[in-house]
Design a protein around this ligand. Structure first.
Ligand SMILES: [Zn+2]
Length: 364
């Protein structure tokens, strides 16, 4: 009996231990299954995207002026959440969504508008089809603010140059120079001569100004003013320069590419007043041209030039405000198509230039 009693005592200890082990085993198996489910298989992708996005923002903070960055990596499965100090990426296809966060350098000067791109889908609504829309972030820096949008939102026009607060008084006497002329063809490309296109622009601009009430007697053309067409080299001493409010010299660029940039040059060596007025009108013209999406302008620049630096700078005068407006690219059909006589975009171009000269209204 004593022995049997001993045996019972051993059983009484072992059976509960066995039950405990079994229960713990089951709990562990459940836990492992759960961990398998939430394992973060896209951790490296998320870390990469978060790091990239944060680095772009850090770089934009450091960029002087305005800038735009299109981020075109394959971001299909991921949500981007931007806050002032961090970027968080979520895998929208994961069963349990874990954010991967990357810090953004703090900036006291610049600001970032918080936004979530590709916002989370409601539970049960998320399928691979519903995720086919990519959240491809477009980073835009205007002044000191950064905004981030995706492809579904309208592309912002950011190419604006800060102009002087007080606009120059309207131009009432103007010397209009169609760049080059006579045996000086200017740039040649795309079966076109620069001198022919500048003549089309100048004559259309003249008509547009007169249509707006500009006094015909106060409008002078550099190439039409003598019996023989005037070439570039003979324009420096044009007597018509005297008493002008403004000199506008029109050129076409040459980029050997497809870009449609517009540049306005003003004379660096002119006195402060003349330089300021020239820069101001150039700035207005560039900003109003680039605001027209139908003109397809890819970039604008406002640049000081020296008398001998640019092929048209000799046209400018230290004592008279003026700019050389170099429009587009002779090599590009896309660019020169705007200068066909009667083209709607030529009307738009000349209307915007007229506006910059202080002749408002009648812009089509
Ligand atoms: Zn030229």
């Amino acid at each position: 009996m004593e022995k049997r009693g001993q045996h019972t005592a051993v059983e009484a200890v072992l059976i509960p231990i066995f039950i405990l082990i079994t229960v713990f085993g089951l709990i562990n198996a459940q836990l492992i299954a759960h961990l398998m489910k939430i394992q973060d298989i896209t951790f490296f992708e998320k870390k990469f995207l978060a790091g990239d996005a944060a680095t772009i923002i850090d770089a934009l903070y450091a960029v002087p002026g305005n800038a735009i960055v299109l981020y075109s990596k394959d971001t299909k499965w991921f949500s981007f959440e931007f806050k002032q100090d961090e970027v968080a990426i979520t895998d929208e296809t994961a069963a349990i969504q874990l954010k991967t966060v990357y810090p953004i350098m703090a900036s006291k000067v610049n600001s970032l508008s918080p936004v979530i791109l590709n916002p989370k889908f409601a539970k049960g609504e998320k399928t691979q089809d519903s995720l086919k829309v990519k959240a491809a972030p477009i980073f835009t820096k205007v002044g000191k603010g950064i905004t981030i949008t995706d492809k579904q939102q309208p592309f912002p026009s950011i190419m604006q140059i800060p102009c002087d607060a007080s606009p120059a008084p309207a131009v009432n006497t103007l010397l209009l120079d169609a760049g080059h002329g006579d045996d000086d063809f200017g740039f040649v490309g795309n079966s076109l001569n620069e001198k022919d296109l500048t003549a089309i622009i100048a004559s259309n601009l003249g008509k547009s100004l007169i249509g707006l009430g500009f006094d015909k007697a106060k409008l002078f053309y550099s190439r039409k003013s003598m019996d023989k067409e005037v070439g570039q080299q003979n324009k420096a001493a044009l007597p018509e320069k005297n008493g002008m409010d403004f000199i506008l010299s029109i050129h076409i660029g040459e980029n050997k590419g497809s870009s449609n940039n517009v540049k306005a040059y003003y004379l660096a060596s002119a006195g402060e007043k003349v330089r300021k007025q020239s820069r101001s009108i150039g700035c207005l013209a560039l900003n109003s041209l680039v605001a027209r999406p139908e003109l397809g302008i890819t970039g604008i620049s406002l640049l000081p030039t020296e008398e001998d630096e640019h092929h048209g700078a000799m046209m400018l005068d230290k004592s008279i405000p003026g700019i050389i407006l170099e429009y587009g690219n002779i090599d590009s059909q896309e660019s020169t198509a705007h200068f066909t006589d009667g083209a709607p975009s030529l009307q738009a171009i000349t209307a915007e230039i007229a506006k910059a000269l202080g002749w408002e209204g009648a812009a089509p």
